[in-house]
Design a protein around this ligand. Structure first.
Ligand code: CU
Length: 319
């Protein structure tokens, strides 16, 4: 398994993120030169023209107005701003206008308070909070185009090592694309305040070697196996309000208000990064989601211990 890296725009692994890093360095270099010049001049002036204790108390020569100097400090900054503007516009254009190749992977990501629904329309897969994509290799470039939608308020999709931020707006469809060139796990985060649990709306992108990705797709497409031992748990699940909010393929559950649970155990966290996905945490989550994520839009269902055991015994088979 690969390790998760620190999300930083200075550690890019995907084409648009490389461009953003290069542009940042360009802007930082220009502004650093300006800073050094201005600060250096200020310090020089302080030292060179500061009052000396021994000096007589006379006013130095005063200079009134200079067309040359005024022109210089107007035109030079103007030129610098124009250069920064043009270079930035070029990068934005290059990233935004990238045409979608016919073999690109298409994913739809839907912002919800406070989790991400993830759909692969061509594969018939619905999952949550963890995006799986193939790595792009020189021999076989693979781009992933992500359509962004929101069912409630404004969110923002941001995985710093893969692409820039993109707003996720109700009644509007936005798009980003990524071309990850290194296998690994990259973390992101909703980047637009969207209510109480905005901070617990994490996102993970797992970049796989191509065949590993195809194996993941195949496993997600398979309906979970039915175990006789967990039948009571499955029936309990189907008899409760869970099914109004959650889908599990092969059960009456077809709700979309909460994450699809068909393969919930294949995900590493519960509640969009709120807590690690272990059997104990799963039980505690179903008992009372607010214990991990205050205000989460899933109610505590007031189940007794026996019901919880049955239910979690069943959920734990959804891998
Ligand atoms: Cu948010």
């Amino acid at each position: 398994m690969t390790t998760t890296e620190t999300p930083s725009i200075f550690a890019p692994v995907s084409t648009p993120a490389f461009a953003i890093r290069d542009l940042s360095f360009f802007v930082l270099t220009i502004t650093a030169v300006i800073f050094i010049l201005v600060a250096g001049f200020a310090v020089y002036t302080l030292i060179r023209f500061g009052r000396r204790p021994a000096a007589p108390d006379i006013e130095p020569a005063q200079v009134y107005g200079s067309t040359q100097i005024e022109l210089a400090w107007t035109v030079v900054p103007l030129l610098i701003v124009v250069v920064l503007f043009l270079v930035t516009a070029r990068y934005v254009y290059r990233i935004e206008r990238r045409a979608q190749p016919p073999d690109a992977l298409e994913i739809t990501v839907v912002g919800n308070q406070w989790w991400w629904e993830i759909r692969y329309p061509k594969f018939g897969i619905v999952t949550a909070n963890e995006l799986h994509v193939p790595v792009s290799e020189a021999a076989r470039p693979t781009l992933t185009f992500i359509t962004l939608q929101s069912v409630d308020v404004a969110h923002s999709f941001w995985v710093p090592q893969l692409s820039g931020k993109m707003d996720v707006i109700p009644n509007k469809t936005n798009r980003v694309w990524i071309e990850p060139q290194r296998v690994g796990t990259y973390v992101g985060q909703c980047a637009e305040y969207c209510g109480l649990q905005h901070a617990l709306m994490l996102l993970k992108v797992v970049v796989h070697p191509r065949d590993e990705f195809l194996a993941w797709v195949a496993s997600q497409q398979t309906a979970p196996a039915l175990h006789e031992a967990t039948r009571p748990g499955r029936e309990l699940f189907s008899s409760l309000a869970c099914i109004n909010c959650h889908s599990v393929r092969g059960t009456p559950g077809n709700g979309v208000f909460g994450p699809d649970l068909t393969h919930v155990m294949s995900r590493s966290t519960l509640g969009a990064g709120a807590v690690r996905n272990t059997p104990e945490n799963l039980r505690a989550w179903v008992k009372d989601p607010a214990a991990f994520k205050a205000g989460a839009l899933m109610p505590a269902m007031k189940l007794d211990d026996a019901q919880l055991d049955q239910l979690v015994g069943y959920l734990a088979t959804l891998r």
